[in-house]
Design a protein around this ligand. Structure first.
Ligand SMILES: *Cc1c(COP(=O)(O)O)cnc(C)c1O
Length: 375
């Protein structure tokens, strides 16, 4: 029995298996960069940017060194400064708030809906004369309901900076996320759907002036080798990472399709368990399932039960940003965002990566059913 369990380990993520099958391709790409010696802003960076922009249906992409930096640079480029307010959500990864605070701005949170995304009906009340931007976060790889968000932003004359870190290739009404706002921000962190072998990020925009500015900003303010035109930090995407990403881009559509099929399996098999809720996929969206989340009664016990049976899960995220150690200074309290707080206590992310077998998915579902039937 013990042996059986060891064989059937299902980790929450499996980066080793993702890389094993394309290791030779990656090593060739890495070798080419080493032979070429063009480690900083080499031709692979430009080629990756070209392909990524095309993928998002926009004119420009700018490779940077993380998703966090993409967000910081986006806000800085649109002019967010000390004292400005920026609207976002409390249930995201901290970086969607960090980017506002490190510029001296004030994060204004809006609660989320059953889809884990910003509730557009609550945005208008959060807008003041100091509001500079809205950061809708396409959390879990599910697109936000962009139409009302864009309408409010347009009416009030404020920018939309999309945090699409978890949502590469996700679509809203048939259009890729990242292409709706003034700027779209993506992360290429090893755990994201399109992942570098290290840190990386990318910005997308249709605006030529913003593109020029962002290219200068990610390169210590240099317009050319000897002409520094503004103060900025170094946030370049490495040529090595771009070369690796170009290999992975060949597989991204296939991986996304597999994630969506895995999600479909869970949705069908877990349907009807009254103790769990799964956000529905609406007809206007294509979700890419960076995470597959359920709201589970007795979440922590379920998590423990699955762990004992070799099934890895994760919680995104157990502490809402306004209740984190750093976030306490923002002036919110427990009860400020009831939906986000409830979700933080009940949400559980199941393994969803490409390469999971039907047997493994079956095993996850089987054990969830066992838990609610017998424990
Ligand atoms: C991962 C992530 C980021 C930050 O990306 P890094 O590349 O890790 O800096 C920002 N926002 C969200 C929603 C994320 O999931």
């Amino acid at each position: 029995m013990q042996k059986q369990l060891e064989i059937n380990q299902i980790p929450f993520v499996n980066l080793k298996s993702q890389h094993a099958f394309m290791k030779s391709e990656l090593l060739i790409a890495i070798g080419e960069v080493i032979d070429g010696g063009d480690f900083i802003l080499g031709e692979q960076v430009a080629e990756f940017e070209r392909q990524f922009a095309q993928l998002c249906g926009v004119r420009y992409a700018i490779g940077v060194n993380s998703g966090t930096d993409a967000l910081i640079l986006a806000l800085k480029a649109i002019g967010v400064r000390s004292g400005d307010e920026v609207i976002t959500v409390p249930n995201s990864f901290v970086a969607s708030t960090t980017c506002i605070r490190v510029l001296g701005g004030r994060p204004i949170f809006v609660d989320v809906g059953a889809d884990y995304n910003i509730d557009p009906s609550q945005i208008a009340d959060a807008i003041t004369s100091k509001t500079k931007a809205i950061i809708p976060v396409h959390l879990t790889g599910r697109p936000c309901n962009m139409e009302p968000i864009l309408a409010i932003a347009k009416e009030k004359g404020i920018a939309v900076v999309e945090d699409a870190a978890q949502a590469v290739l996700a679509e809203y009404q048939g259009q890729p996320v990242g292409s709706f706002g003034t700027v779209g921000c993506f992360s290429l962190h090893p755990l994201k759907n399109l992942n570098a072998c290290g840190d990386g990020g990318v910005l997308v925009t249709d605006n030529p002036e913003l593109y020029d500015k962002l290219k200068i900003m990610r390169n210590t303010g240099l317009r050319s080798r000897d002409d520094c035109v503004l103060w900025s930090h170094n946030s370049r995407l490495d040529t090595l990472q771009a070369a690796i990403l170009l290999v992975k881009l060949r597989y991204l559509h296939e991986w996304t399709q597999q994630r969506r099929e895995n999600a479909r399996y869970y949705q069908t098999q877990l349907d009807g368990i009254s103790q769990i809720q799964i956000p529905p996929e609406r007809e206007w969206e294509k979700c890419v399932y960076h995470t597959f989340v359920i709201l589970a009664e007795r979440r922590d016990e379920l998590c423990q039960f699955l762990r004992e049976r070799g099934i890895g899960t994760a919680i995104h995220y157990p502490v809402p940003i306004h209740l984190s150690t750093a976030g306490r200074e923002l002036g919110y309290t427990e009860g400020s965002f009831p939906v986000a707080e409830m979700q933080s206590q009940q949400t559980l992310s199941l393994p969803i990566y490409q390469g999971l077998t039907v047997e493994q998915l079956e095993q996850v579902c089987h054990n969830i059913k066992l838990f609610y039937l017998y424990v």
